[in-house]
Design a protein around this ligand. Structure first.
Ligand SMILES: [Fe+2]
Ligand SMILES: [Fe+2]
Length: 234
């Protein structure tokens, strides 16, 4: 790494640290937090840094990306950060499910903070796709090819069209009722996915006892960390 790029990184971490510190000071210690200093920092340091980059650095980066880079790499970085937030939120939700009542408020606050941070990141990410990518796509890709992309998105990446019950994040007392309620609501030929951190064999025996011949049970993954089963009506 050159000394100059190191200087950029150092300045970035200094800005990021100050921003986090200001934000934390307003969240925690309401008495000493200084709104004027916060606003001045943003205007004088953070916004002027961005203006400097647009004037001096980005014109060169435009050329470099055209010659040696991949323009969507920046968006892939966003996706990586989004996934890491999702993983943190999932882990906190799991912790919440097993937490004593006196620990739950702290975990709720943590979920709120993670949610707000992800919200800010996601908004910027969507704005980039909608302000930069989609207008290009609309202008330069034929209507048929646009439709093919949309269809492929729906077909291959449509997310959970099937309902999922992640037992790891549901308090034990609610599990049984939710699972059977979901099962009852299925139409013939429909299924839902059950996710657990151990083999849900006892549930299988329960279904066998109460719904013999009326249910299907197909393991999708069998440990060692995660068990996934499709439970359906034949
Ligand atoms: Fe920067
Ligand atoms: Fe995206």
């Amino acid at each position: 790494m050159s000394q100059v790029t190191q200087a950029f990184r150092d300045h970035h971490s200094e800005l990021a640290k100050q921003l986090s510190d200001y934000a934390a000071s307003f969240m925690q210690d309401k008495s000493t937090a200084d709104p004027q200093a916060f606003a001045a920092f943003l205007k004088n340091d953070l916004v002027s840094h961005a203006a400097g980059e647009e004037a001096e650095l980005y014109p060169i980066v435009d050329e470099l990306v055209r010659a040696h880079g991949k323009p969507t790499d920046t968006m892939r970085v966003d996706h990586k950060y989004i996934e890491s937030y999702v993983a943190q939120i999932e882990a906190t939700a799991r912790e919440f499910a097993g937490a004593a009542p006196d620990k739950q408020n702290a975990l709720r606050a943590k979920l709120g903070k993670l949610g707000l941070e992800l919200d800010a990141l996601f908004k910027v990410h969507l704005a980039k796709e909608e302000e930069v990518y989609l207008p290009l796509f609309e202008q330069y890709v034929s209507a048929e090819a646009q439709q093919r992309v949309l269809d492929a998105m729906h077909e291959n990446h449509g997310g959970a069209t099937m309902q999922q019950i992640d037992v790891r994040v549901i308090p034990p007392v609610q599990r049984h009722a939710l699972i059977f309620k979901t099962f009852e609501a299925l139409g013939s030929g429909e299924k839902f996915e059950l996710v657990n951190d151990h083999d849900p064999k006892p549930l299988y025996y329960q279904f066998s006892a109460e719904r013999a011949g009326e249910f299907t049970w197909d393991y999708q993954e069998q440990g060692p960390q995660v068990w996934r089963v499709y439970i359906g009506k034949p």
